[in-house]
Design a protein around this ligand. Structure first.
Ligand code: ADP
Length: 428
């Protein structure tokens, strides 16, 4: 554990710390960010009304659109002379949002990423192959700073140029790799194509995030790279990667949210009402220590649940893996659908590989989904049988009828370094 005192702090003490930090953050937002001042004034709420995290429900949500309206620096709470770095979100769902960091914010960023890496199995003295993109995206520099803080040697490879990545894995012998799960799939597959035995590599741990993924991809990556793969979650608006992390020995039980810095809520996506622990809804975060870009009740759009795991190594709350973004959710004949549900259905059939995409069209007035998926071996003679098996699996688990097209290995687009688009929406 990188910071055992904080990572195992009793929940009551954690709550005290959160409340004290929340009061400071609220004050800062009210005094320094005109957007928050008018929000409080309109609602008739004064900063003094928010004494504990229980009072947060008095405040409305901050949404991506609010940040876009204040593009680029309107949400900053410090003068530019105090800002030491500027990043932007990837812009997956539209115009990117711009975020800033003071020196203290960068220290917090390093701290939470260092904790996350240690939680993923990394140790001081190991080498990190950092295949997240360097640049405005928070992934590359975020992981870099945290690895340095932990005492690792960083290999700043950045995303793309797969051949070169493989050579570096072979020659530099890093013990840890971080990248998107879809790019880890690409790397695993390239090893096979090049006839490289993963046992000849030193890599033992993979820290994967920036897009939704399921056990199907975990299995493919763990088998293909011979690593232990864990989930890292984050978003630029909250800090970047390292908002939460799955422990490498507790895989499948959720990712710890570093609660001393980020206070989570899960709310109903339609009513905005807070939901009890364990129930699925939209994840909302309030930053507790951010100086340059504090956020109150930021609506992430990501769908998951949060819960305490009393058997776990740490006391911080966990979040389930993200099902998808609520604005990526498809509504097909009245049924809500995330691509990760199809990924899970594919996982049940061992002759199919988790290389897939969903093509969405309109048939008359109705939305229609076609699943394109690959089989593992190119066993074209069995494609009719594979098609009907996946159709049945989808119907039984999701309750929808979909067209399925099984394709030969390698025919569906791969990640070339960053986030992979798994939904092709032709509805215009
Ligand atoms: P953008 O929102 O433009 O993609 P970011 O690069 O900041 O900008 O990405 C943050 C988003 O990426 C999150 O809100 C979430 O949707 C997704 N994401 C990040 N990490 C994970 C993860 N481990 N699992 C699922 N989704 C993730």
């Amino acid at each position: 554990m990188h910071n055992p005192k904080i990572e195992t702090l009793p929940v009551e003490e954690l709550r005290k710390l959160q409340n004290q930090r929340l009061r400071q953050t609220v004050q800062r937002c009210y005094e320094q960010v005109p957007f928050y001042k008018s929000l409080f004034d309109e609602k008739g709420v004064s900063p003094g009304d928010i004494k504990t995290v229980e009072d947060l429900h008095l405040l409305p949500f901050t949404k991506k659109d609010d940040l876009r309206k204040n593009y680029p620096y309107g949400m900053f709470a410090v003068p530019m002379e105090e800002v030491r770095r500027i990043h932007a979100s990837s812009g997956t769902t539209g115009k990117p949002t711009v975020v800033g960091y003071t020196q203290n914010d960068l220290d917090v960023f390093d701290e939470v990423v260092a904790r996350s890496l240690a939680c993923a199995g990394a140790r001081p003295g190991m080498k990190l192959h950092n295949a997240y993109g360097y640049g405005l995206f928070t992934g590359g520099l975020g992981m870099h700073g945290g690895a340095t803080r932990l005492g690792m040697a960083v290999i700043p490879v950045s995303g793309g140029m797969t051949e070169r990545q493989i050579t570096i894995l072979q020659d530099f012998q890093p013990e840890v790799i971080c990248c998107t799960p879809s790019y880890a799939q690409t790397l695993a597959e390239t090893l096979v194509k090049k006839g490289i035995d993963p046992a000849d590599l030193a890599v033992k741990y993979a820290v994967l995030g920036a897009e939704p993924w399921t056990e199907a991809i975990r299995k493919q990556v763990e088998d293909g790279l011979q690593v232990t793969a864990s989930n890292i979650y984050g978003l630029s608006e909250i800090i970047g990667p390292g908002v939460s992390q799955e422990d490498f020995e507790e895989r499948g039980t959720g990712s710890y949210i570093w609660e001393d810095h980020f206070y989570p809520e899960v709310v109903d996506k339609d009513t905005g009402q807070p939901l009890p622990h364990g129930q699925e809804g939209v994840l909302v975060f309030t930053s507790l220590t951010k100086e340059a870009f504090p956020v109150l009740r930021y609506w992430t759009n990501d769908i998951c649940s949060i819960y305490y795991d009393r058997d776990a190594k740490r006391t911080h709350i966990k979040m389930s893996s993200i099902k998808g973004r609520s604005d990526d959710m498809l509504i097909i004949r009245g049924v809500n659908l995330f691509h990760t549900q199809v990924e899970e259905a594919i996982h049940a059939l061992e002759y199919l590989s988790p290389h897939y995409r969903l093509i969405v069209d309109k048939k008359g007035s109705k939305d229609h989904v076609t699943v394109e998926v690959e089989d593992v071996k190119g066993d074209t003679g069995s494609y009719d049988q594979f098609t009907s098996s996946l159709q049945h699996q989808i119907k039984n688990t999701i309750g929808l009828s979909m067209d399925v097209i099984v394709k030969t290995p390698g025919s569906i687009p791969r990640s070339e370094g960053g986030k992979l688009k798994r939904i092709v929406d032709n509805r215009g």
